[in-house]
Ligand binder design. Structure first.
Ligand code: BGC
Length: 756
């Protein structure tokens, strides 16, 4: 298509109308130019194609599809290939349903465990998020179907999500909230980006030129369409000027009129409109020109894949005395309604109309395995039902092991609202404690979208975190519990012991329309680990039925420049008797002598498969970004010179080996010296040694008679520390009279010139 020609022959009205949806899910056709409409659909963990009545909260019927595990689960796989496969499967489903773009992945950082939508998001860590979502995007788009990475950006809570202003400093935005998008945008080139509802430092994300254009397009090279979240538009003309191409779902022409008026009155340049139109045309063309027809998708195959993905994602949190895998010959009491009616997906726009659901009990029945069962609790109301508990306790009493299926009922967490605590329903906690009175062998299997407190954690022997495991969660549970599959998921978020320990606790969800991200970059384990806070389960934690041994951590060099790439390798051996998968995690601990930085951060990871007895060498490349922080003074990533520790481990709290590497910074930073620059900040710079002497001399009255004759260690210390933070202007106010402000200005000029 010759886009320029098409745009030149479109009327202003046609152009404006292309910049908003025809309805909930379609763009508008431009008949005069034979431009067809295309359809988008939620996502992200299955297809929510609504053929008739439409909404963005998942209440009207959508077509029957496969519900894959939600991102809270898939992130725990730490497995790029797996996410890629899932993307391919969803891409194929989209092709067969003529969906041009799926509205996902959702990559917002889990700032607080309270966010109602955490189940849809990947992690508290931006690297893990961006790597896995990038793999998903590549998978979907390999089928010539677009993705819409969302919600750009800093949409980390549901409370007042349409109006709240996220107040965060630039470094925090760069290192945490933008970084979650950055890698995926740069490496996987999503066709579209969905802007978020919230404001960022006062300005709506939908009209934020800094994010939508300067960073996203100019810096990261994004060349696709930016669409609004559903109803995120505040001022349409301002949005368009800032880089928001498409308004969804569309305001039945009301906002198109605003665009036309703005162009006609000269407040919006037609060029900006043409740019948006061109991007939308390219997007439509990209899909339409290679549209695959008559693609069939195989429901059963995708249902199997959903099970496989869940098996690779579920996290074995505790396995005391090797209670798991269960022995089929044992008498097992299965307790809890979630064993029959699992909670396997979250509520809201990502809600899938699953074509079938397999519970744990269905899966056991399918294998001809008879198990004792008791409901144990109600899902609909959190009331303690003594009759249900008694039945469950009796079942547990006459068994060798009790397996309790617990978790959060649907109403406890959803898009649209946040949680107010991280408790499980009281009726489930009471049930577990009653069962523990009669049965020492208790395993808890959890179904929830975000971290929960576990008051019984020390007393039960096994804990499996299934998260929201998709429609085939029951089969995965059966295979994992009985050892047909070996658990290999790792937590993509920290489980705190209590909500109050979370770094955002005092600032979540903010007050009225403001939320301050006062914890800065110290999100999740970056905070817990820096403060040595005892946690329930750390980031990256997860057990296996086999055991891995690390050895031979190597770094390619002990001394590098910030422009070099460091190669890190480590050997991992499966010393158990069963094949299994390990997630090798590389953290970097930066020097702590400058700007406050987390004690360590995840900088690389790899999931490897090892047969019993097998050893593999895992190799990682760490580029400068692995050592850098965002420096607002130079408006760039900056690696400060010093010693960095490279850590290899299997969780943020289980570091097996470490190696020190010295990095030399090649970036010349020229500080601007003023009267308020402190002596301590410049007096050790070798370039200034001579030029600063006269100032020091004057300030310290070195040649005066009343200089202290004797000194002691405390006095020396006081003297040094005092000087460190003394501003140069002190030579005027406190010096020996040599300097007035004019002379000081001259001296400062000389100092500055020495810095080049
Ligand atoms: C959600 C988006 C979703 C859209 C369409 C919005 O409320 O925030 O994630 O894609 O609705 O359903």
């Amino acid at each position: 298509m010759d886009y320029k020609k098409v745009i030149n022959s479109m009327t202003l009205e046609e152009k404006a109308s292309l910049c908003s949806g025809r309805d909930f899910w379609h763009t508008k056709a431009v008949k005069s130019q034979k431009i067809p409409e295309i359809m988008v659909s939620d996502g992200p963990h299955g297809l929510r194609k609504q053929p008739k009545s439409a909404d963005h909260l998942g209440s009207f019927e959508s077509i029957k599809a496969v519900c894959f595990p939600a991102a809270c689960a898939t992130a725990s796989s730490f497995d790029r290939n797996l996410l890629n496969k899932m993307g391919k499967a969803i891409g194929t489903e989209c092709q067969s349903e003529n969906i041009a773009t799926i509205l996902g992945p959702a990559v917002n950082i889990k700032r607080s465990p309270l966010c109602g939508r955490n189940f849809e998001y990947f992690s508290e860590d931006p690297l893990l998020t961006t790597e896995l979502s990038g793999a998903f995007i590549k998978g979907v788009q390999s089928k010539n179907v677009g993705t819409s990475i969302k919600h750009f950006t800093a949409n980390n809570q549901e409370t007042r999500r349409l109006t709240v202003s996220v107040n965060a400093d630039e470094r925090t935005m760069r290192e945490i909230y933008l970084a979650a998008f950055e890698g995926a945008v740069k490496n996987a080139s999503p066709w579209t980006v969905m802007c978020s509802y919230n404001r960022i430092n006062g300005l709506h994300a939908s009209e934020n030129k800094k994010y939508l254009t300067a960073i996203l397009r100019d810096e990261w090279g994004f060349d696709g369409v930016v669409m609004s979240d559903w109803g995120a538009v505040n001022d349409r003309a301002k949005g368009l000027a800032a880089g928001l191409d498409l308004e969804m779902p569309g305001s039945y022409g009301v906002n198109d009129r605003e665009i036309i008026d703005a162009v006609q009155s000269g407040t919006l340049s037609e060029k900006a409109l043409d740019k948006a139109v061109e991007r939308i045309l390219k997007w439509i063309d990209k899909y339409e020109s290679k549209k695959q027809k008559d693609i069939k998708w195989d429901k059963e195959a995708d249902n199997e894949l959903a099970c496989k993905i869940e098996e690779e994602s579920a996290v074995l949190l505790k396995n005391e005395g090797g209670i798991l895998p269960l022995d089929k010959n044992d008498t097992i009491a299965v307790i809890g309604k979630f064993a029959k009616n699992p909670r396997y997906q979250g509520g809201g726009s990502s809600h899938i109309n699953s074509y079938k659901v397999t519970s744990f009990m269905d899966a056991a029945k399918g294998k001809g395995h008879d198990l004792i069962y008791a409901d144990g609790y109600n899902i609909d109301k959190d009331e303690i039902d003594r009759a249900l508990i008694t039945k469950a306790v009796n079942a547990a009493k006459k068994s060798d092991v009790a397996v309790v299926f617990a978790g959060l009922p649907e109403a406890f967490e959803s898009e649209g609202y946040d949680r107010s605590d991280i408790h499980l329903p009281e009726n489930q906690n009471v049930l577990i404690s009653e069962i523990l009175k009669v049965q020492p062998n208790v395993v808890v299997v959890l179904h929830n979208g975000s971290a929960v407190e576990m008051p019984w954690e020390k007393d039960v022997k096994g804990i499996f975190e299934m998260y929201l495991g998709g429609q085939n969660v029951g089969t995965a549970e059966y295979d994992l519990l009985f050892g047909k599959a070996n658990p290999c998921g790792r937590l993509a978020e920290t489980f705190p012991r209590k909500l109050e320990d979370n770094p955002s606790y005092l600032n979540f969800p903010g007050y009225m329309d403001n939320v301050d991200y006062a914890e800065g970059v110290f999100v999740g384990y970056r905070y817990y680990d820096s403060k040595h806070i005892d946690v329930l389960f750390p980031f990256g934690h997860g057990l296996s039925y086999t055991t891995f041994k690390y050895s031979n951590l190597k770094v390619s060099k002990r001394k590098i420049k910030d422009t070099d790439t460091l190669t890190v390798s480590v050997d991992v051996t499966n010393i158990g008797r069963m094949a299994g998968k390990e997630v090798v995690q590389i953290y970097v601990a930066p020097p702590q002598d400058g700007i406050p930085r987390p004690v360590h951060e995840l900088k690389a990871f790899e999931k490897i498969n090892l047969r019993a007895g097998e050893t593999k060498t895992v190799t990682f490349e760490l580029g400068s970004r692995a050592f850098a922080y965002w420096d607002k003074d130079i408006q760039d990533w900056y690696v400060s010179g010093g010693d960095y520790i490279i850590e290899a481990g299997s969780s943020s709290r289980d570091i097996k080996y470490e190696k020190k590497v010295n990095i030399e910074s090649t970036v010349k930073r020229i500080p601007t010296i003023t009267e308020n620059t402190c002596f301590g900040d410049i007096m050790n710079d070798p370039r200034l040694t001579d030029a600063i002497k006269p100032l020091l001399k004057s300030y310290l009255h070195i040649e005066q008679e009343d200089k202290p004759k004797s000194s002691n260690a405390a006095y020396e210390k006081l003297y040094q520390e005092y000087l460190k933070y003394a501003p140069l202007r002190g030579v005027v106010a406190m010096g020996d009279g040599t300097y007035d402000h004019e002379k000081l200005a001259k001296a400062i000029k000389t100092l500055q010139s020495k810095l080049g």
